[in-house]
Design a protein around this ligand. Structure first.
Ligand code: AMP
Length: 382
């Protein structure tokens, strides 16, 4: 993969940076470039929606950099052209949210290319650094990189290095912890990781599809019934490979999906026999499971975690996630938090960045990388 040093002398160059707002900005300034930043926020779906404007981001960036950051209130329009033409050496400008333009995420390659050409006209070189979007074939992620001398920024470089370590590591025990709500999103990664790992710990909403695949009743907990056959296949494959799939033995069952719901701890063979009966919802793993999961994690030499163990956004159901984050932080070896909600969880629960080898900024992107998929935004930088 091409990195900043492959871009040659950047002094006096205008660099277009597809950015996640990180140290690459400072590095480019140190290298003598002027920096034009393009990025996205939320899912405005091709419409101008001031709720998702990058104006406050530009203002905050100015405070952090200690210099004025110019903001263009459009992406490839009159304002953007004026701002880029006036962008002098050592200065930073931010374009408005790329996703205000339908072309950015269009399914049509020509539409994306036309948009990318407008962006490319603004700069001499392109640095791609939005790791969270590298699995998307979007105009500013893929087409743009084909039009200018381009390279990965510091964030993408760091993310890829850790992901490579995770795919190549032969350190044992190797444990993967998966949670969160969308089983279907996470199944593919299970298939590609099973041959490499020793333990697969499953928590979060997805654990109920695993329990159902083992014929347990799950009351009104989250369940993706259509995924049960696939889950059964993985359970069998894990047995053949000698990989332990570790499921909770107890669950915090709630009377409703709410922060002040009544809570009872139930063993997994009695989830529909709490006082809430069939209406009970499993919103977190139970204390015994926390302990077993923590022990397995602490003994690991490599551990990758994606997805919270419960509905950590509500304090009553944050305990499992907190326990797993703590155990992960104590791993002697490579301990990686795989982005998205698990990254927000470790920060919300007060853990420090330095407690982990790496906290990824892209949940979807890191899972797809570990699945062995080709990521358009990385391929184009090779
Ligand atoms: P994901 O985006 O798939 O990683 O899912 C993250 C979301 O899963 C978080 O917002 C959690 O609140 C949610 N979650 C975790 N455990 C459960 C559960 N037992 N039931 C419902 N949602 C859950």
């Amino acid at each position: 993969m091409r990195t900043l040093s492959d871009l040659g002398d950047l002094a006096g160059k205008r660099v277009l940076l597809r950015c996640d707002f990180n140290p690459t900005i400072q590095r480019l300034l140190e290298l003598g470039a002027s920096v034009l930043i393009c990025s996205h926020l939320g899912r405005p779906e091709g419409q101008v929606n001031k709720e998702f404007t990058l104006a406050p981001v530009a203002a905050r960036l100015g405070e952090l950099l200690g210099q004025e950051v110019i903001f263009a209130s459009d992406t490839i329009g009159v304002q953007a052209k004026e701002v880029t033409n006036a962008l002098s050496l050592g200065r930073v400008a931010v374009l408005e949210n790329l996703r205000f333009a339908e072309a950015e995420t269009s399914k049509d390659a020509e539409t994306r290319m036309a948009f990318a050409k407008e962006l490319a006209a603004f700069a001499d070189k392109f640095v791609s650094d939005g790791f969270g979007v590298v699995h998307r074939k979007h105009s500013s992620v893929y087409e743009l990189a084909t039009l200018l001398p381009s390279a990965a920024g510091l964030l993408i470089e760091a993310e890829v290095e850790v992901l490579q370590q995770l795919t190549r590591s032969d350190q044992k025990p190797y444990t993967v912890v998966l949670g969160g709500s969308k089983v279907s999103d996470k199944l593919a990664v299970i298939g590609s990781l099973l041959p490499k790992i020793n333990n697969l710990i499953v928590g979060g909403g997805m654990l109920f599809t695993f329990l159902a695949a083992k014929d347990y009743e799950v009351a009104s907990s989250l369940l993706e019934s259509d995924q049960i056959p696939t889950v059964k296949q993985y359970i069998q494959q894990a047995e053949e490979l000698g990989v332990r799939i570790i499921l909770p033995t107890d669950i915090r069952m709630a009377s409703s999906f709410s922060p002040d719901a009544k809570v009872e701890i139930a063993q997994i063979d009695a989830l529909n026999r709490t006082s809430f009966g069939e209406t009970g919802i499993g919103l977190d793993i139970g204390p015994d499971s926390e302990q077993v999961f923590s022990e397995v994690i602490q003994e690991s030499r490599v551990c990758f975690w994606n997805g919270p163990m419960g509905v950590f956004e509500m304090e009553a159901f944050a305990s499992g996630t907190r326990a797993i984050a703590k155990a992960l932080s104590q791993v002697e070896g490579l301990n990686v938090v795989g982005g998205g909600d698990s990254a927000s969880a470790v920060r919300a629960l007060g853990f420090a960045e330095s407690d982990f080898s790496h906290i990824s900024t892209g949940g979807g992107a890191s899972l797809e990388y570990l699945e062995g998929k080709s990521l358009p935004g990385l391929e184009v930088l090779k």
